[in-house]
Design a binder for this molecule. Structure first.
Ligand SMILES: *Cc1c(COP(=O)(O)O)cnc(C)c1O
Length: 510
């Protein structure tokens, strides 16, 4: 299987491994598979008898991953092993008749990014190994990540002690929760580094991008340290393929649990930011999984809701809104480009992406819009609606959700039709304890917590949630244990290219 460039500017047509190491096509396009395999219903259903690692291996094999089958199996066993706190890895839980939840947060960092980032670094490392053995390259890879919280930790945990890789993560100092910071600065591994950046997430991301695009810096890393830069971000195909696997797996589980009749459709409702997770559902549907409608749930940053309603993607007049679901706070949903490629082809995509860059807006043609409408239904939930949903679902069903999942739940309730709905849950509630506390105490999002809670640490808040939501509020061990770990990293650097580059130099000097 070869991979095409969504903008048809790069005709190298890499195989999977090469696409993973390259990350993005040279002209700015994304890699997409040249063909989508198709699973028969029996092939899907038989997954329910297999451990998760084998299900994921099946999907990888069918997507033509250029790694020998037995090796794919070994890597999947490592990716989806005992670091997960539920041996089902991505369990489907029935919360109420007709509504099931796909829990994607049983991994080591308690958020959905683990589904991909426990897997992709293994294939990345394997690919570099193969390229070095064949004499194609001699360098190892340094992954630079700018994070607003969750991705940084999941990437650190995924790349920690992976051969041929090192990873340095930058977060906005003061701009992440104390639990998120603790998760990062206590990260184990010999090949990891973590720095705060003075500034907000935008400053942090701009600084990391500037370091990326600095050719002199790249030359220095190559000559002095034998390293190349990579980013491993969510547009990397290596992060998307694992996200197809859990939808195939979930359908098999839904049928096995009696939630849907074999071959009958289920709708999926996905809390969406960069459009990666929901795109996994699209590919699964194209590959033959009986998925009905893709329900696209947004928070107050609802540019996708508008796009799906009108065919116009417009961020020209949009302000970025702060929400309790920060991992969905995105203006440019990069992975939408892949869907548009499959619906309209590379020439159209090239035009729209150029318009977006120049005018911050584009409008798709009628036919493409009709195709989008045939696949996707969208709605959004406000900040206060999402918090109210957390409280209501806990009271009605005894199930405690995080604010991202709550957005999806709320939208699923509004858009549900006759088919069963799979609500995709992307984070454990404990990752967003302060806002869950607001929800359970009926504090509006825009107001501070009641006085006696304001000065609590993140971990104390989790304890309090435990008493407010008895039975539903067990904190995952890696989060509960944070207070016992000593921070390994404390560096804070100036925003800007030089701050980031000097941090990397210092870190490499050990
Ligand atoms: C990343 C993330 C999302 C958004 O997923 P996309 O693939 O970017 O659409 C939603 N919820 C959580 C908790 C996340 O970490």
């Amino acid at each position: 299987m070869r991979y095409m460039d969504t903008r048809a500017l790069d005709d190298s047509r890499p195989a999977f491994s090469r696409a993973v190491v390259k990350g993005i096509a040279p002209g700015g396009g994304l890699f997409v598979p040249e063909a989508i395999p198709s699973f028969s219903l029996d092939e899907v259903l038989e997954l329910s008898g297999m451990p998760y690692w084998q299900r994921a291996a099946r999907v990888f094999e069918r997507f033509g991953v250029d790694v020998p089958e037995d090796r794919i199996g070994e890597l999947m066993r490592a990716a989806y092993g005992t670091q997960w706190d539920d041996e089902r890895i991505a369990p489907v839980v029935e919360v109420t008749a007709g509504t099931h939840v796909l829990e994607l947060w049983h991994g080591p960092t308690s958020a959905f990014k683990d589904m991909a980032l426990q897997c992709m670094p293994l294939f990345f490392s394997e690919a570099v190994d193969a390229m070095q053995s064949s004499g194609e390259i001699a360098d190892d890879f340094l992954i630079l990540v700018a994070t607003s919280g969750d991705t940084g930790k999941a990437a650190l945990e995924g790349f920690a002690d992976r051969a041929h890789t090192a990873i340095v993560v930058f977060y906005p100092d003061g701009g992440v929760s104390d639990i998120q910071r603790l998760q990062m600065v206590t990260q184990r591994g010999e090949n990891v580094g973590v720095f705060g950046v003075r500034g907000n997430f935008d400053d942090c991301q701009t600084a990391v991008k500037a370091a990326f695009n600095d050719e002199a810096f790249a030359a220095e890393l190559h000559e002095r340290h034998g390293l190349r830069l990579s980013s491993a971000n969510s547009i990397n195909w290596g992060r998307l393929l694992p996200q197809i696997a859990y939808y195939v797996s979930a359908y098999a589980d839904m049928v096995a649990a009696g939630g849907v009749k074999p071959g009958s459709p289920m709708d999926v409702c996905v809390p969406t930011g960069n459009f990666g997770n929901i795109l996994g559902a699209y590919y699964a549907k194209r590959a033959g999984v009986p998925i009905g409608r893709l329900l696209c749930a947004s928070n107050e940053n609802n540019v996708l809701t508008d796009f799906i309603a009108t065919g116009t993607y417009d961020i020209s007049g949009r302000e970025f809104v702060t929400t309790p679901s920060p991992s969905m706070d995105i203006l440019i949903s990069s992975n939408l480009e892949r869907l548009l490629y499959h619906l309209a082809g590379p020439e159209a995509v090239r035009g729209w992406m150029a318009e977006l860059a120049a005018n911050r807006t584009f409008t798709v043609d009628r036919e493409t819009f009709a195709a989008v409408r045939g696949l996707l239904v969208a709605d959004w939930a406000s900040n206060d609606e999402s918090l109210a949903t957390i409280d209501r679902v806990y009271r009605e069903h005894g199930y405690l959700m995080d604010p991202h999942t709550a957005v999806a739940w709320e939208v699923a309730e509004r858009l549900r039709g006759l088919d069963p709905v799979l609500v995709v849950s992307t984070a454990h509630w404990a990752k967003f304890g302060a806002d869950v506390l607001k929800a359970l105490t009926h504090t509006p999002y825009g107001q501070p917590l009641p006085p006696e809670m304001r000065d609590m640490s993140g971990l104390e808040m989790l304890g309090l949630v435990g008493t407010l939501a008895p039975g539903a509020a067990k904190v995952p061990d890696p989060l509960a244990d944070l207070s016992r770990l000593s921070p390994r990293f404390g560096g804070v650097v100036e925003a800007g290219k030089h701050g980031v580059e000097d941090a990397v130099r210092d870190w490499l000097a050990g």
